[in-house]
Design a protein around this ligand. Structure first.
Ligand SMILES: *[C@@H]1O[C@H](CO)[C@@H](O)[C@H](O)[C@H]1NC(C)=O
Ligand SMILES: *[C@@H]1O[C@H](CO)[C@@H](O)[C@H](O)[C@H]1NC(C)=O
Ligand SMILES: *[C@@H]1O[C@H](CO)[C@@H](O)[C@H](O)[C@H]1NC(C)=O
Ligand SMILES: *[C@@H]1O[C@H](CO)[C@@H](O)[C@H](O)[C@H]1NC(C)=O
Ligand SMILES: *[C@@H]1O[C@H](CO)[C@@H](O)[C@H](O)[C@H]1NC(C)=O
Ligand SMILES: *[C@@H]1O[C@H](CO)[C@@H](O)[C@H](O)[C@H]1NC(C)=O
Length: 617
């Protein structure tokens, strides 16, 4: 959620030019709409999203990769296991499930498997053309738009985003034979218009000489926590600053105890190895020459040309690996990003990146124990059925002992604008009412992950150059681990404020926060300062990975899903943030308060205290 304007903007411009060339054949291609030969019933229908322009029918021979979700047989039991093994007060704390145990709980019923296979066969799709997730709960098949239109009794169109020119092939409604409704939870790509990232750029370039002379010598003391940090940390955040501020100086993690950290990459964001070495030379000389593993998901590429380095990817690996060296690091490059070219043959249109990545990671016997993701889109652009299913996938990783961290967004409660801006469409509900509404982000709104907001300066306050994403989900109700913290916030909050703009019963965002602005990284060979909740997320994840390292070295299971711990025993290991707000949708947003708040969550980590807590000392 930060994202450099240059690297992201350039390819998008190219997308719109390409589209014009492609539009001609699209409009000309004839289209025959087959009438259904069975009773089909609408499965899902949405309002056409206002920021997408319908460019006309999609070509019938364009290939799409359909993902079919079969109902999971026993997700309720999985959720119960997840809460028990993640709760420090429960006797089963840390007794994570195996890959096989999780798969058994989410496997579809045989009736569903058979019904879906029969339906696919009716459309000429044999078993050899179908691939399945390890648990069998997702079925994937490549079909032409023409065939998908028959199967789903619908019509696909080409849509272009009014502002950034991204292009998608989607429909606003699809149907299924009535007797299949109980056997299929959802099918995408159909109604999903979300992209994993659409945040404004938070990159600021700072000239080299600003770093050459360290003008602010000496140390300063945080008046709130009493922690001593280098004076320069108030304006430039380095690995040393994070270690000082969060009391992790002198902690040595292991290279060989099995602890690992993973960073997800989407949208052709490449983490550059040369930039990482420059960063290490600058901030972590003992890590020089060390590397990380690049894993391609779904054909994701890894362009190591220095100028192709992504600001997000560089930031994420530099801060996460800079904090956790020598633990082995993994960077996943997941395919499926704009510019999308709807040509006839290549199914590049994989804009359900979380599930692509989830299938991949869930198929691994030992995924990294801490995983950081700095991409998101507005919750309302993700169909509720898809959000619930992706969130259920995150729960599966949590049950297996993986800690997942996601940025809460850079736009406060909506569009990041304190004054009303008529041209922005971000704060308008897409349910047909056009009412004004706050916009939480997904995956931050999933209750089974840890969402991270951003702070700045010393003493730490909520960020001001952009606004820490926060608020309440419209899809997910509040999980019980948040009840006390959120009830305490509402005691200080005037109930009539922002009435109708947010759902006070929803999952509250974020959970925690960390330094998220003025981080010094290297991008395409040069030092820059960068900010966003995307900076805060790998930073918090780095601290979590050190905690997992301590647990593993002590012979204890990993932390897994963090929130039940953070909202209980972990509270004593977090620095409460007391100043700030998160503007958006023409309002000042929420205020930071004592205790949990929808700006900085429970606060920032104190590694030393958290380590004692998680080691039971
Ligand atoms: C850090 O910078 C902020 C913003 O300029 C300032 O308010 C604060 O006093 C500074 N902190 C210290 C310890 O000097
Ligand atoms: C960490 O490693 C450094 C360098 O090897 C060593 O000087 C230091 O004592 C170690 N710290 C701890 C707490 O073991
Ligand atoms: C990194 O590699 C270079 C070149 O081989 C070598 O000179 C340097 O000592 C290495 N640094 C570390 C920290 O291993
Ligand atoms: C890598 O990126 C550079 C710079 O954007 C580009 O010129 C080159 O074509 C890319 N290479 C590949 C294989 O995509
Ligand atoms: C909502 O806005 C859209 C686009 O401006 C418009 O077409 C539609 O009529 C509006 N609906 C209502 C209920 O105001
Ligand atoms: C935030 O704090 C200001 C100053 O105390 C107050 O006027 C305002 O009503 C508060 N806003 C909210 C949403 O609580």
């Amino acid at each position: 959620m930060l994202l450099a304007s240059a690297p992201v903007g350039a390819p998008r411009l190219r997308a719109s030019t390409t589209m014009m060339i492609f539009l001609v054949p699209l409009v000309l291609s004839a289209f025959a709409f087959a009438s259904p030969k069975y009773t089909s019933k609408v499965k899902e229908s949405i309002e056409a999203p206002r920021e997408w322009i319908n460019l006309g029918a999609a070509p019938a021979d364009h290939t799409i990769a359909l993902r079919i979700a079969l109902p999971q047989s026993n997700f309720d039991a999985l959720e119960q296991h997840l809460y028990e093994v993640s709760d420090p007060s429960h006797s089963r704390y840390g007794e994570h499930l195996s890959k096989e145990e999780v798969e058994e709980l989410v496997a579809p019923r045989e009736g569903s498997v058979n019904a879906v296979s029969e339906w696919l066969e009716q459309h000429g799709i044999g078993a050899d053309q179908v691939s399945r997730s390890d648990a069998g709960d997702w079925v994937r098949v490549r079909v032409s738009v023409g065939l998908a239109e028959k199967m789903l009794d619908t019509k696909y169109y080409v849509w272009k985003h009014a502002q950034d020119g991204d292009v998608l092939v989607r429909t606003t409604s699809y149907s299924l034979p009535s007797d299949l409704h109980s056997h299929i939870e959802l099918i995408q790509p159909t109604t999903m218009f979300a992209r994993p990232l659409r945040q404004k750029s938070m990159v600021s370039l700072v000239p080299d000489q600003a770093f050459a002379s360290n003008s602010s010598n000496g140390t300063i003391t945080d008046p709130v926590t009493g922690v001593k940090v280098d004076a320069s940390c108030n304006t430039t955040i380095t690995i040393t600053c994070i270690k000082q501020l969060y009391s992790a100086v002198g902690y040595n993690s292991s290279a060989v105890n099995g602890n690992q950290i993973g960073i997800t990459g989407y949208l052709d964001q490449f983490a550059n190895m040369e930039d990482l070495q420059l960063f290490y030379a600058d901030q972590r000389p003992d890590a020089l020459n060390s590397s990380f593993k690049v894993v391609s998901v779904n054909g994701g590429t890894n362009n190591q040309t220095l100028s192709a380095a992504g600001a997000e990817a560089d930031l994420d690996v530099q801060f996460a690996f800079g904090l956790t060296f020598p633990a082995p690091g993994t960077f996943w490059t997941t395919a499926g990003s704009p510019p999308f070219v709807p040509d006839a043959l290549t199914p590049t249109d994989t804009n359900e990146p979380y599930t692509e990545w989830l299938d991949f990671v869930l198929s691994h016997p030992n995924p990294p124990q801490t995983i950081s993701t700095s991409y998101a889109d507005s919750e309302q652009s993700v169909p509720e059925s898809f959000a619930k299913r992706a969130c259920a996938g995150f729960a599966q990783l949590g049950a297996r002992g993986v800690s997942l961290l996601f940025g809460s967004g850079d736009n406060g409660v909506g569009d990041g604008q304190a004054t009303f801006n008529a041209s922005t469409t971000e704060c308008i509900a897409n349910d047909g009412t056009n009412r004004t509404t706050f916009i939480p982000l997904f995956p931050a709104s999933c209750p089974f992950i840890t969402s991270v907001g951003a702070t700045q300066h010393i003493p730490e306050v909520a960020v001001t150059r952009f606004f820490s994403g926060g608020g309440f989900s419209n899809y997910f109700s509040r999980p019980s681990y948040q009840d006390a913290a959120v009830a305490s916030f509402f005691e200080k909050f005037d109930k009539n404020t922002y009435k109708g703009l947010f759902n006070p019963e929803g999952r509250a965002i974020p959970d925690v926060s960390a330094q998220g602005d003025f981080l010094r990284i290297f991008l395409s060979g040069s030092p820059i300062l960068i900010g966003g909740t995307s900076a805060a997320t790998p930073t918090f994840a780095g601290i979590v990975s050190l905690l997992n390292d301590a647990r593993i070295s002590a012979g204890l299971p990993t932390l897994g899903f963090l929130n039940p711990m953070l909202y209980s025993t972990g509270l004593a290991g977090l620095n409460d943030i007391l100043v700030g707000n998160n503007a958006g949708c023409g309002t000042p947003g929420f205020n930071v308060t004592e205790g949990w708040d929808p700006v900085t969550g429970l606060g920032t980590p104190d590694f030393k205290k958290l380590k004692e807590i998680v080691l039971g000392l």
